[in-house]
Write a protein that binds this ligand. Structure first.
Ligand code: ATP
Ligand code: MG
Length: 420
């Protein structure tokens, strides 16, 4: 127990964190290009925020939240998604008082859901989320889809499709709910237990069921797109025009409904086909009523969440290599009593921005070389007795074996020249 992380969680090891940092830097850059700035909100919030925000008919709220009472007997919940916290922050700090839209993103936000751990499904995962508050036009929906799509493309992911849908608004959706319930009525007995619950509370969610049996039974369910009101229909048309204009391929998929209750109009997913079936890397949509549901301001908004673990999975499955930074530019080796010289040289190099280190484990000179080699350092510096006596240092190119001896005060310049 003591040396085992909780089920459904994953460590990021020092040797692989560069992959995360690479993704993060790409994500930051993509967000910044479109004027989104970072927001950081707490890992836990009052439980009521999610009950109200995420919707108490969702799987997340019903079964998946990490909720507990703190020592002050307040019910708090570890973030099960990122949007509710962003909305709370937007309202609490009156960000709506500034000129809108208010564009923000969060990076690496840990998200907690008590799910059944399996490939691509963790109990703690991390999201890159982007939210745009105060923009009702479909250009905002389109720019978010494009941001996510281009980001994944720039990372080298090829096998990627954009699926969009509109789930209408409180004006047109109730009509659809009725139709859908009529359709489902004769089949619901054959569907899974979760779908039977969904049937009463939120029939739309039945379309999102991942059980094969349920999917087959709803294959010819009525289509929300046929029942959109004029406003929702025009909005969806504009979204498609924008995407076409931008030249990205997309597919209208009326079965995309998303797992959160707050969506209105646009919903979308970026999906890939893997050996185990469809994998959603990014999901999002418009939530025009969520801000009013949590606060008093009636402000439309749109956003998405992208799972970092899933992006990394995809990079692996497509064999895309992430440039690996080297741990050291130079490893300084030394003989016994020259340790102070070696230490001073390493510090001087670090001040010059050179990645340098020396042995801290009492290794022999031979073992130091072996270790240096293992770190992948392209250069080693040697301070043996001869070098110490003459105030010089020998620098060796590990790949070619080429050696040069320079005065200690020229070592940094030499190293720099050799690593280019
Ligand atoms: P799914 O349909 O796969 O359950 P979701 O609709 O629950 O996803 P969202 O709530 O929209 O997902 O979260 C946005 C993104 O976060 C997903 O597209 C996915 O990349 C990632 N994600 C969601 N749940 C998990 C999880 N349990 N483990 C890892 N990544 C996840
Ligand atoms: Mg889910």
């Amino acid at each position: 127990m003591l040396t085992q992380a909780p089920r459904g969680t994953k460590d990021v090891l020092p040797a692989e964190s560069y992959r995360w940092q690479y993704l993060e830097s790409k994500m930051r850059a993509a967000a910044a290009l479109a004027g989104y700035r970072e927001v950081r909100t707490p890992v836990f919030e009052h439980t009521e925020l999610f009950l109200r925000g995420v919707g108490d008919t969702t799987d997340i709220v019903q079964k998946e939240m990490y909720t507990f009472r703190d020592k002050g007997d307040r019910s708090v919940t570890l973030k099960p998604e990122g949007t509710a916290g962003a909305v709370r922050c937007f309202l609490e700090h009156n960000l709506y008082a500034d000129a809108l839209p208010c564009k923000m993103y969060y990076l690496n936000a840990p998200i907690f859901r008590y799910e059944n751990p399996q490939s691509g499904r963790l109990r703690e995962h991390h999201q890159f989320g982007v939210e745009c508050f105060g923009a009702k036009e479909a250009t905002a929906d389109a720019e978010l889809i494009l941001l996510a799509y281009r980001l994944l493309q720039d990372l080298g992911i090829r096998n990627l499709s954009v699926e969009i849908n509109s789930i209408g608004c409180p004006k047109c959706r109730p009509v659809y709910h009725e139709r859908l319930k009529e359709f489902l009525g004769s089949r619901i007995d054959k569907m899974c237990a979760t779908c039977r619950e969904r049937f009463d509370r939120n029939p739309l969610r039945v379309l999102d069921c991942k059980e094969k049996q349920c999917q087959e039974l709803t294959a010819d369910a009525p289509n929300m797109l046929d029942l959109l009101c004029d406003e929702c229909s025009a909005h969806f048309g504009q979204l498609q025009d924008c995407l076409r204009g931008a030249g990205i391929p997309f597919r209208v998929n009326p079965r995309i409904v998303r797992g959160l209750d707050y969506y209105t109009k646009t919903v979308f997913e970026l999906v890939t086909e893997t050996a185990d079936g469809k994998l959603t890397v990014c999901g999002g949509g418009r939530y025009d009523n969520l801000v009013a549901q949590i606060g008093e301001q009636d402000i439309p908004a749109v956003g998405f969440g992208m799972g970092l673990e899933r992006v990394l999975m995809l990079l692996d499955s497509e064999g895309i290599e992430i440039p690996k930074p080297r741990q050291y530019d130079v490893f300084v080796t030394y003989m016994g009593e020259n340790r102070p010289h070696a230490f001073a040289l390493v510090q001087a190099m670090r001040r010059e921005g050179i990645r340098a280190d020396l042995d801290h484990c009492g290794r022999s000179l031979k073992a130091q070389f072996k270790f240096a080699n293992k770190t992948g350092a392209p250069l080693t510096a040697v301070i043996g007795d001869e070098e110490a006596a003459s105030g010089s240092v020998k620098i060796k190119n590990m790949a070619t074996g080429e050696e040069t001896t320079v005065p200690v005060n020229e070592a940094c310049g030499k190293v720099r020249a050799m690593i280019g």
